[in-house]
Structure formats: C-alpha cells, structure tokens
Design a protein around this ligand. Structure first.
Ligand code: BTN
Length: 273
C-alpha cells in the first residue's frame, strides 16, 4: 500500500434526509457550488411541485445575510439551505414565518449540543449563552395584495466550523455546534431534524397556532440591556418583550418603542458599565 495514496473523503449522502411523502423536503437539490440557495429556491417556487423543495449547497459564492450583509461559510462543513414555501397565510401574518423557522432551527440544533444551552437572539438568530452565533435566517416573502404568495426560508447553521478556522472578523461573535459540543456533528441528521421541525412549525402557524409564547420563552434578548441599530438611529434600552406581531419592545429613557425586524439592522448587548 502506497502511504502517499490520496485519501478520498466520503461524499455526504444528503438523500438520507429526503422525506418523500412530506410537504417539506420531498426533494433536496444539492449543489457543490451556487450563488445563493435563496435565489434558486425562489426559482423553484415557479416550477410544478417546487413548494416544499429544499436547495442545499456545500458552498455559496454569494451567500446573503439580513440587511444586505453577506453570509460567510466555508465549503463542506456547515449547513446552508433554503426551503421554497407557499404558506397559507395572510400577508399580515407573514412575520410568524421567521419566528416559526427560528424555533425549528433551534429545535434541530439542541440535540447536537447536549452540554450547551442555546436560545434565540431576536429576531431570528440561534445563539449560545455568550451570544455566539450558531445560525442565522434570511426569510424572503412575496406578497400580492393581502395574501402571502410565496416565501423562501434561507437557513445557515455553523456546524463543523471550528473557531480556529473562522476569519478574525467573525470569530469573536460566531460559534458552531462542533465548537460547543467538542465533537463533529452529523450534518445529515441535523438536516433531517430541521426539515421535520420546520414542517410542523409551518403547519402550526397555518392552523392559527401562534409561535409567540414559545418564541418568547426561548428568546435570550428579552431582559437584556441592548444597543439597537434602527432606521431611526442608535437606540439604547432594555428589551422587555415582544408585542403581538413579534416586534421587539424596548424600554428607552423616554418611554417604550416597538421595533419590527425590518427596521432593525442589529441588536447588540450593552457592555456592562
Ligand atoms: C443572517 O444571519 O444575516 C442571515 C443568514 C442567512 C444565511 C443563509 S445560508 C442559506 C441561505 N442562502 C443565502 O444566501 N442566505 C441564507
């Protein structure tokens, strides 16, 4: 045996996470490289049977984050995917999709970090208790009048990306499931849990079950002193809760303000005095 022979890494068998009879995950389209899975999932919505389809990429060349930011994720270690949806929801209830997807992502991640407590950072990041970001969501919606005609749920989870391999600009505020658990995490099993949880959460909001109570319970932002970068400028205050449409309620010196996720660029915990 030649000890210089190439070691071929086994390809990940994503087909094990296909859910043939389910609404979400009946097809999983895998790309070694793509611009953004959100863009491809949006195309799927126009194809017959595209609803519920999953687009997954080992690498994105133009991965997008919230508020025009980019999403960085090295090839082959994390989970980057988008789900094409046509939720039976009124446009006025579209905000629930972000909360439902965040709850599904949290549920899928929790078993991979038995020793680490995870929670949600408003509006829809999964974080550890030091605020290290494990996952982020980019929900894009299409409306016609008062109806939600389509949605793409883009999900990026830091899975087997170790802190030493993260670029300096994000290693201070990001972490990964493997970094938290101290072991490699099975990405296919994680995807399987995620699609199952998302299917239940989407069905729940369509049936009129609000995710607010469970979201509030999982939200680590509530009770924190924070600096919010909002459309109106920087706001300093205490996050005291969420209103009935999922907006963040901030106690500021002059009173109380409600901020929707669309008008907020970032929420940072206030450094202790
Ligand atoms: C954020 O935290 O700012 C949102 C990050 C969302 C990243 C995911 S990765 C899969 C999907 N495709 C994209 O281009 N973005 C989302």
């Amino acid at each position: 045996m030649n000890d210089r022979s190439a070691v071929i890494a086994p390809l990940t068998d994503w087909s094990l996470a296909i859910r043939p009879r389910a609404r979400i995950g009946h097809t999983i389209e895998v790309h070694e490289t793509i611009g953004s899975t959100n863009d491809r999932a949006r195309e799927l919505l126009d194809e017959d049977g595209g609803e519920g389809g999953v687009v997954l990429a080992e690498e994105q060349t133009a991965g997008r984050g919230r508020r025009g930011r980019s999403w960085m994720s090295p090839a082959g270690v994390n989970l980057t995917l988008s789900v094409a949806l046509r939720p039976a929801l009124a446009a006025a209830d579209a905000w629930q999709l972000g909360l439902a997807t965040a709850l599904a992502t949290l549920e899928a991640c929790l078993p991979a970090t038995p020793r680490a407590d995870l929670g949600l950072k408003w509006p829809n990041d999964v974080v550890d208790h030091e605020g290290g970001k494990v996952a982020g969501l980019l929900i894009e919606t299409m409306m016609s009048g008062d109806r939600l005609t389509g949605a793409v749920a883009g999900i990026g989870i830091n899975v087997n990306w170790l802190a030493v391999d993260m670029p300096a600009e994000i290693s201070g505020r990001a972490t990964s499931l493997a970094a938290l658990s101290g072991a490699d995490v099975d990405r296919v099993a994680l995807l399987d849990r995620l699609l199952d949880a998302l299917d239940r959460e989407v069905a729940g909001i369509e049936a009129g079950r609000s995710p607010l109570r469970r979201y509030r319970a999982a939200c680590l932002t509530i009770g924190q002193d924070v600096t919010v970068e909002a459309a109106a400028g920087l706001l300093h205050g205490r996050a005291i809760g969420l209103d009935e449409t999922g907006s963040l309620l901030l106690q500021v010196p002059g009173g109380q303000v409600a901020l929707s996720s669309g008008e907020v660029a970032s929420v940072r915990p206030e450094a202790p005095a």
